[in-house]
Design a binder for this molecule. Structure first.
Ligand SMILES: C[S@@+](CC[C@H](N)C(=O)[O-])C[C@H]1O[C@@H](n2cnc3c(N)ncnc32)[C@H](O)[C@@H]1O
Length: 204
């Protein structure tokens, strides 16, 4: 298999992990869902899953809503809100995805966001998180900005080492922490990022 990952491979890895953990009746939360490229596919793939996408940007929520309507997805709800103060009760999701979000936060916000993820996940629930590694090209060129992101999420962007990730997620049981180049075609022109893909459980 190619070393280059894409969205298909992310989504199929998520579903493989869900099967391996024997999770049923998915309650799936995508925090910082952006234009919905992951949560729309997750909701489409498992029509019995109850899916939620949350984003700070109403523009992104509208964009994902457009996709939801276009393909008539009944099992996806979209909410405008902040990762730092999630409008959900404790322990109600068995899957949480956080893709290209956590690296946007400074130290204090980052810890608050991780605490919120831990709070809303149920015991044995799975966290999937994607963040930049220091090998990402944009780490070498700090002039890189994503206009969509910059407008709502206060750069600078963080780049995480493996030991930082393991420390930040010490309240979770890390199942795998993969590093790879990810072909990103979601905005502008296709380009690659070097990322960490964390799969972790909230201990039972
Ligand atoms: C780089 S985009 C990633 C979008 C999507 N997860 C993906 O993988 O394509 C980051 C998203 O996080 C959102 N965001 C930034 N700060 C946030 C916060 N405090 N709470 C929720 N969403 C936030 C932005 O509006 C943006 O849509």
């Amino acid at each position: 298999m190619s070393k280059l990952w894409n969205e298909d491979r992310i989504i199929s890895t998520i579903f493989k992990e869900i099967r391996d953990e024997g999770l049923e009746k998915l309650r799936f939360m995508d925090i910082g869902c952006g234009g919905g490229r992951e949560i729309v596919r997750i909701a489409w793939t498992d029509k019995d899953a109850l899916c939620f996408g949350l984003d700070l940007s109403s523009e992104m929520i509208q964009r994902t809503l457009g996709l939801k309507k276009k393909i008539k997805l009944a099992n996806l709800a979209l909410i405008r809100g902040s990762a730092l103060n999630l409008p959900f009760n404790d322990s109600i999701f068995n899957c949480v995805l956080c893709s290209f979000l956590l690296m946007l936060f400074g130290d204090i916000e980052l810890r608050a966001a991780i605490a919120e993820i831990h709070r809303i996940l149920c015991k044995n629930g799975i966290l999937f998180a994607i963040v930049f590694s220091p090998n990402d090209p944009s780490c070498l060129n700090r002039n890189w900005t994503d206009q969509e992101t910059a407008s709502v999420s206060k750069l600078p962007i963080g780049f995480f080492t493996e030991s930082q990730i393991r420390k930040l997620f010490e309240d979770f049981q890390v199942k795998s922490l993969l590093s790879f180049d990810y072909l990103d075609s979601s905005h502008g022109y296709p380009h690659t990022h070097n990322v960490w893909f964390l799969i972790a459980l909230k201990p039972g």
